[in-house]
Design a protein around this ligand. Structure first.
Ligand code: GAP
Length: 488
């Protein structure tokens, strides 16, 4: 990360805390590693992002429905899905610092350092060696690579490493009042399995015809060995997943469609298109016959925000096998029973949140020849903005607050709006810019005479005079979901 991008990212993180978007969890006890709380504005933004996804996926598609499955599932679910045996990260400990690392990430950091130092060939060779070791599940080879490249513990600075071991990422707990006879249950590491086990329930009760999809938003938990980059890699996070069930043989066609549809959804948010790219998987998971990530260029490089997988019939077949229940669909068009194939789209809500913060945050220099000036601004799409409008009486007297509150009371029925009468109007505008409020409505003396107000636009900072009676319609046109959804 260059100094400039490093500073930008630090500013994003501190801005998120200062204005009530994201706080470290249980901060008064010094926080809990890789766990975060969303504050008063962060939870609004997160809810708006969920709504954008839900509306685009469920509301706009006649053949997609949504569910809300429980976090706890029968433990056999995770045997069937392969998570009990195979959801592992390769981990290595430094014997001097007692710190634990992901072996592959230590090597990736070394690759990044080679690249920064202009040792491109060395970086490429190391990447190839790492890929080969990971593909072959060759843990001793990972340790050898670490030793050969003189990778030291960032804390102790020594090479006193343990062997590389597999570390299961699922959190487990006990269900039941007594330890005796209690069952080990897991906190789900993905929401997808809640959809697979409900495939027939939804298909039958909703009379769904293949192709159809089941969508879900919910928490997932992973005991990540190391957590980095703020809300990028968390131990408790939220996923928005779709499993789209199709006739076998048609899956690659649907995969291409979903790949395109999902990128369009990201780009509709208005970010820089150059910051998004596809990353096709070269080595596919054993259950997939095509896979791609949608990556976003964060200040620390291109990273996965969403994964799209053609998962074949792997999951449903596994659940058939472990449950002994048939999970088939009778297709009246071809008069056949089959286990549908599945296209999955899986996006991390917290990573999406971070893309939106990085895309929107700007420290703008507004200095003129006579005066130094600047502002921090979040250029959120108006439909996503936590606060849609701020209502500001020019002064605290002469009936202006009453008039402003009258407008507030009308608008608050449909929108999250704020009232603010403290400090100069300029300071109040800056406060709203910093939290991404797209519109400020100022009530002044003229408002008392002719029932008009000024409407200030966050991005251009331009002001216009509008009739107070038209505000509902104006705000609805500017912040409505149709502005985002109509382009999909
Ligand atoms: N059901 C498929 C699945 O879970 P994944 O690639 O492991 O696939 C999907 O996860 C998405 O979930 C990722 O693209 C990422 O956005 C998000 N995600 C995964 N692990 C995460 C973590 N530890 N913290 C935050 N988001 C995470």
């Amino acid at each position: 990360m260059s100094k400039q991008t490093d500073d930008f990212f630090k500013n994003v993180v501190s801005h998120a805390k200062e204005y009530g978007f994201v706080f470290p969890s249980s901060e008064i006890y010094d926080g809990l590693s890789a766990v975060y709380d969303y504050g008063q504005l962060g939870s609004e933004l997160k809810n708006n992002l969920k709504q954008y996804w839900w509306k685009a996926m469920v509301q706009l598609h006649e053949n997609i429905v949504g569910i809300d499955a429980a976090i706890f599932m029968h433990p056999t679910t995770w045997k069937a899905s392969g998570h009990v045996d195979g959801f592992n990260d390769p981990m290595i400990d430094n014997k001097d610092s007692k710190k634990r690392y992901r072996a592959d990430q230590l090597i990736e950091d070394k690759i990044a350092r080679y690249e920064t130092d202009g040792k491109t060939e060395k970086a490429q060779q190391l990447q190839a060696d790492l890929n080969a070791a990971l593909n072959d599940d060759d843990l001793p080879r990972l340790k050898t690579i670490i030793e050969e490249h003189n990778i030291v513990c960032p804390v102790s600075g020594t090479k006193n490493w343990t062997e590389v071991r597999q570390f299961n990422l699922m959190f487990s707990t006990q269900m039941g009042a007594s330890a005796e006879g209690a069952d080990t249950v897991y906190l789900r590491p993905e929401t997808a399995q809640g959809i697979f086990v409900n495939f027939l329930n939804v298909q039958k009760s909703g009379r769904m015809k293949v192709p159809f999809g089941i969508a879900q938003i919910g928490k997932a938990f992973r005991n990540e060995v190391i957590a980095r980059q703020f809300i990028m890699r968390m131990r408790e996070f939220e996923q928005m997943e779709l499993q789209f069930f199709v006739r076998p043989g048609t899956e690659l066609e649907w995969y291409s469609k979903w790949k395109e549809t999902r990128l369009k959804w990201h780009l509709a948010l208005g970010g820089d298109t150059a910051k998004y790219r596809y990353h096709d998987h070269v080595k596919l998971a054993h259950y997939a016959n095509a896979a791609v990530d949608i990556e976003y260029e964060f200040p620390f490089g291109f990273k996965e925000v969403e994964g799209i997988h053609s998962r074949t019939d792997f999951d449903l077949i596994q659940h058939q096998k472990f449950s002994g229940k048939k999970l088939q669909y009778f297709d009246p068009e071809i008069n056949q029973n089959y286990v549908p194939y599945v296209i999955e789209t899986s996006i991390g809500l917290d990573r999406l949140f971070l893309t939106v913060l990085c895309n929107s945050f700007e420290e703008q220099d507004l200095s003129t020849e006579d005066k130094k000036d600047s502002r921090s601004v979040l250029h959120f799409h108006p439909a996503l903005a936590p606060v849609k409008a701020a209502i500001l009486p020019l002064t605290k007297k002469d009936g202006l607050p009453d008039k402003a509150r009258e407008i507030l009371n009308r608008l608050k029925i449909d929108y999250n709006v704020q009232y603010d009468e403290k400090d100069s109007i300029g300071k109040r505008y800056r406060r709203q810019d910093a939290i991404g409020t797209p519109f400020c409505i100022t009530v002044d003396y003229q408002s008392l005479e002719d029932d008009t107000v000024t409407l200030r636009h966050r991005d251009s900072m331009e002001q216009e005079r509008v009739a107070a009676v038209d505000l509902e319609k104006i705000i609805s046109d500017l912040v409505g979901w149709k502005n985002l959804l109509a382009v999909l």
